[in-house]
Design a protein. Structure first.
Length: 389
C-alpha cells in the first residue's frame, strides 16, 4: 500500500479525546468498563500510550501513563501510526504478527477496539436507540423505477438497498455459466481465489477475485449502466476498481460447516484497514442465483454505517435490529461498505452466488496500487482470521 501520511508517533498522536461529545465518550466507556486499562508500548522512542475508564458519576475515558495497565501491547512505531490512522486495524495487526501481548490478551484488546476508533478517528459507537432511519422501512425493497433522490435518501439513512429485478433471469444464467468456467480453472494458491475446508476435509472454492479481468462478459457488468447508476448514488465521484482491492469478487457460498472464510461473521468491509481512504465506499451485489437462509443470505444492521459495533456485540447488546435479505436472481443489493453485515452458514443446501462490484472515493487510488488489497492477509491466513472472529 502506498503511504502518503506520516502521523506523529508521540504519546497521544491524533488523539481526539478532549474534543469528543460527552455522550459518545460515555457510550464507548460502557464497552470497556469491565475490560480493565489498556496500554501500548511503542518500541521506538520509548513512548507508552494508555487509556482507562475514568472515575466519577459520569462514566468517561481518561488517559494514563500506561504503568501497571491490565493489558499491555508492544508494537513498532510504524504499526502504531497505522493503527492511529486506521490504515490497519487491530485484527490486521494481530494476524500479521505486528502486536505482542506483554500482558493480557486479544479479548481485552478487541473490547477496546471501538474505543480506539473513536479516540483516534472520531468514529462513534453504534447505539440502536440513536439510529435515525428517516422513516424508511429497513426490510422494504425498491426498484430502478424509483427516483435517484429517493434511492439516495434511503441508502444514506439505512446503509443498504435491496433493488429488485435489475437484471433478467437470462442475463444471470449467462453470468452463472461464466462463473462455472472460471471456477473450473481456479486452484488453491493461485492468488485469484479463496478456498475453505469442507466437512469431509476437502478444499472447497468459496470466492473468485479479480473475476472481471479474466472475462469479457463479467467486465461488461463492471461497466453496465445499471451498476454504474447504483454505485454512484451516494456520490457521483465514486468509481469502480477492477484491478485492485480484489476487483470483482464472486462469492460462491459453500454448504455445511466449513473452516475458513466462507461463512463470514459480523464485519465491516474496512475491517482489515483503510477506513479513511475507502469509506464511504459502496458495494453492488449482483444476485446471480438469488439467496435465502437455506443458501446463505446477507444479514444487515440498519443504520450502523459510519459507526462501530463492539466485539461480539450480539452477545452484549439487545435491541439491535437485524434484517435478512432474501433475493431472486437478477436482484441487486447495495451497501455502504462500513455498514455492519454478515454472511452466515447456510441452513440448507448453500450455493448462493453473488458478484460484487465496489465503488471507492477518488483518494483510494493515491494509496492502493494495482493488485493490492487489504484482504490479501485474509486470503493468506484465513484460518487464523476465522479463529479470531
Amino acid at each position: 500500500m502506498t503511504d502518503t501520511c506520516t502521523p506523529s508517533t508521540g504519546p497521544f498522536a491524533d488523539d481526539l479525546l478532549d474534543s469528543l461529545p460527552a455522550d459518545q465518550v460515555a457510550a464507548a466507556a460502557r464497552l470497556v468498563v469491565d475490560a480493565g486499562s489498556l496500554a501500548f508500548r511503542i518500541a521506538e522512542g520509548g513512548h507508552v500510550v494508555g487509556y482507562r475508564v475514568g472515575s466519577g458519576e459520569l462514566l468517561g475515558l481518561e488517559r494514563h501513563d500506561g504503568l501497571a495497565a491490565d493489558t499491555v501491547v508492544a508494537l513498532s512505531a510504524a504499526a502504531w501510526a497505522d493503527l492511529v490512522d486506521q490504515r490497519r486495524t487491530v485484527i490486521n495487526l494481530v494476524v500479521s504478527g505486528q502486536l505482542v501481548f506483554e500482558k493480557g490478551g486479544f479479548d481485552a484488546l478487541a473490547q477496546w477496539d471501538p474505543v480506539l476508533k473513536l479516540v483516534h478517528a472520531g468514529i462513534p459507537v453504534f447505539e440502536p436507540g440513536r439510529a435515525d432511519l428517516s422513516g424508511f422501512d429497513p426490510a422494504a425493497s425498491c426498484s430502478l423505477d424509483d427516483d435517484d433522490a429517493d434511492l439516495r435518501a434511503r441508502l444514506s439513512a439505512v446503509g443498504y438497498l435491496h433493488v429488485r429485478g435489475v437484471f433478467s433471469v437470462e442475463e444471470m444464467a449467462q453470468v452463472n455459466a461464466e462463473i462455472d468456467r472460471l471456477a473450473a480453472l481456479a486452484q488453491p494458491g493461485d492468488g485469484r481465489s479463496w478456498w475453505v475446508t469442507g466437512e469431509a476435509d476437502e478444499e472447497v472454492l468459496c470466492r473468485l477475485v479479480y473475476a472481471s479481468q479474466r472475462s469479457e462478459l463479467l467486465a461488461g457488468l463492471d461497466n453496465d449502466p445499471r451498476v454504474q447508476r447504483l454505485g454512484r448514488l451516494l456520490d457521483p465521484a465514486l468509481r469502480s476498481a477492477p484491478d485492485r482491492l480484489e476487483g470483482m469478487a464472486v462469492l460462491l457460498k459453500a454448504p455445511g460447516k466449513t473452516q475458513g472464510l466462507s461463512n463470514i461473521p459480523w464485519h465491516q468491509d474496512c475491517g482489515m484497514g483503510g477506513h479513511r481512504i475507502l469509506c464511504p465506499g459502496v458495494s453492488i451485489g449482483i444476485q446471480v442465483t438469488g439467496s435465502s437462509a437455506a443458501t446463505g443470505n446477507l444479514l444487515m444492521v440498519p443504520g450502523s454505517h459510519g459507526q462501530t459495533l463492539p466485539w461480539q456485540w450480539e452477545r452484549q447488546l439487545t435491541g439491535v435490529p437485524v434484517v435478512a435479505i432474501d433475493t431472486e436472481p437478477g436482484d441487486v443489493t447495495v451497501h455502504i461498505q462500513d455498514v455492519m453485515h454478515a454472511s452466515p452458514q447456510p441452513t440448507g443446501e448453500g450455493g448462493r452466488r453473488t458478484a460484487y462490484v465496489s465503488f471507492y472515493p477518488e483518494r483510494m487510488w493515491e494509496h492502493v496500487g494495482p493488485g493490492e488489497a487489504f484482504n490479501d492477509l485474509v486470503r493468506d491466513r484465513n484460518q487464523e482470521v476465522a479463529a479470531l472472529q
